[in-house]
Design a protein around this ligand. Structure first.
Ligand code: KG4
Ligand code: ZN
Length: 388
């Protein structure tokens, strides 16, 4: 490829375009967050597609202007081809295909979650494999062992709601606006996280135990997540409080207690996965990675310099992460079987975790210090160890 790469993101309710140079430096980026969904309290697929159609051309024009790049100087166009809302995806993919054809350059279809995996490295050149990745968005909750780019071992995923989806649904229950994550985080700032003891789904038993988990535990799928029981517990409490006319006063505490439960689960799972593969580096991506309380808990749990989360702006859906993953796919000479817009598709190169993968890195993962090795060793906070 010669020339910068354009990245296009239209999987859900953000229309974004970014221009990166061949080394992955962001030259320009524009993110348009749709607010047509706000009155409905959630994304309306038809409205999302129509808004992408209206915005994509001005968003690309603004990103190119920002970068000081002319269309004819582009070397490739990367586009998020899935997973996502099919109507929304079709806008981005059809636009990109037409533009790439007109310019005589390749169109690279990119998996949206592989995009999130490449988000942190845009800000921090240290966010490269080997690492364990926790990807938490509105549609996915994934725990991956990444010995190298393009080889992904799935250690855990959600069995029902995604983490971001749980934030959005609980926000609705609490009468907070969409998107729920930022609204809950704001409300939680004034609340007591210990006021309500909500369940920590799947933390008790199921292979998770204090101080770490065993490879056998993952073989049983025990690093999976489940958030629907937690959501139901919040719903019951909300009903009870509403009847007693106490919901307004309790809202901050409900938000804080719910957020704390989600963070406990995410942190414990991430830490267990890191113990299993013997890697002390964690990449955090996806919209929920914007949550400051989650970031600070993970930083506290795994020790300084080991969490790679990138900026809040690049945790949310954006064209830069798609362009960065596109650069990798172009260099690898494989789009992982992606050709067109597709609503549901696994990450290319992903397969189930197997203990042998621990040794399969081209670069060996850094050795894990023995338990109790002192301040340089990974730490588990008392909160993450608590079972409820
Ligand atoms: O990755 P993303 O921008 O879009 C998808 O790929 O789904 O993630 C959006 C999700 C939403 O569910 C939103 O509520 C959640 O990320 N989110 C947050 C925060 N900011 C966004 N969740 C918790 N805390 C936040 N600060
Ligand atoms: Zn996303």
């Amino acid at each position: 490829m010669s020339g910068p790469i354009l990245g296009i993101e239209t999987t859900c309710d953000e229309t974004s375009a970014a221009v990166l140079d061949e080394h992955g430096t962001i030259l320009g980026m524009v993110i348009h967050s749709q607010d047509v969904h706000r009155v409905y309290g959630g994304v309306v697929p038809e409205l999302a597609a129509r808004d992408h159609l209206k915005r994509i051309e001005p968003v690309v024009t603004a990103a190119l202007r920002d970068a000081g790049t002319r269309r004819r100087d582009l070397g490739a166009i990367a586009v998020a081809a899935g997973p996502g809302l099919i109507g929304a995806l079709l806008v981005g993919v059809t636009w990109s295909r037409a533009a790439a054809f007109a310019l005589g350059i390749p169109m690279i279809p990119v998996h949206h979650m592989e995009g999130h995996l490449f988000g942190p490295v845009l800000d921090d050149p240290g966010a490269v494999p080997p690492f364990v990745a926790l990807l938490v968005s509105g549609g996915h909750t994934l725990l991956l062992w990444v010995p190298e780019w393009g080889r992904y071992f799935l250690m855990g995923e959600t069995r029902d709601d995604a983490a971001g989806e749980a934030f959005d649904k609980v926000a609705k229950l609490l009468g907070l606006p969409y998107p729920g994550g930022p609204a809950i985080e704001r409300a939680a700032a004034a609340g007591d996280p210990e006021r309500y003891s909500f369940p920590r789904p799947m933390l008790q038993g199921g292979g998770w135990r204090r101080g770490g988990a065993t490879p056998a535990a993952t073989a049983q799928g025990s690093l999976d997540f489940s958030f629907s029981g937690l959501k139901t517990a919040v719903a019951r409490t909300v009903e009870r409080l509403a009847e007693a006319d106490a919901l307004d006063a309790e809202r901050p505490h409900l938000a804080a207690s719910f957020q704390e439960a989600v963070i406990d689960v995410l942190a414990a799972r991430a830490r267990a996965a890191m113990d299993i593969v013997g890697c002390d580096r964690l990449v955090l991506g996806g919209g929920v990675a914007a949550n400051r309380a989650l970031r600070s808990r993970l930083r506290e749990d795994i020790g300084p310099g080991r969490l790679f989360a990138g900026s809040v702006r690049l945790s949310m859906d954006n064209g830069a992460m798609i362009a960065r993953a596109g650069l990798f796919r172009l260099a690898a000479g494989s789009y992982g079987g992606l050709t067109d817009a597709i609503a549901s598709v696994p990450i290319p190169g992903a397969r189930p975790w197997e203990p042998a993968a621990r040794l399969a890195s081209s670069r060996p993962p850094p050795p894990s210090p023995p338990k109790g090795a002192g301040p340089s060793g990974p730490q588990i906070s008392s909160r993450a160890r608590t079972s409820h």
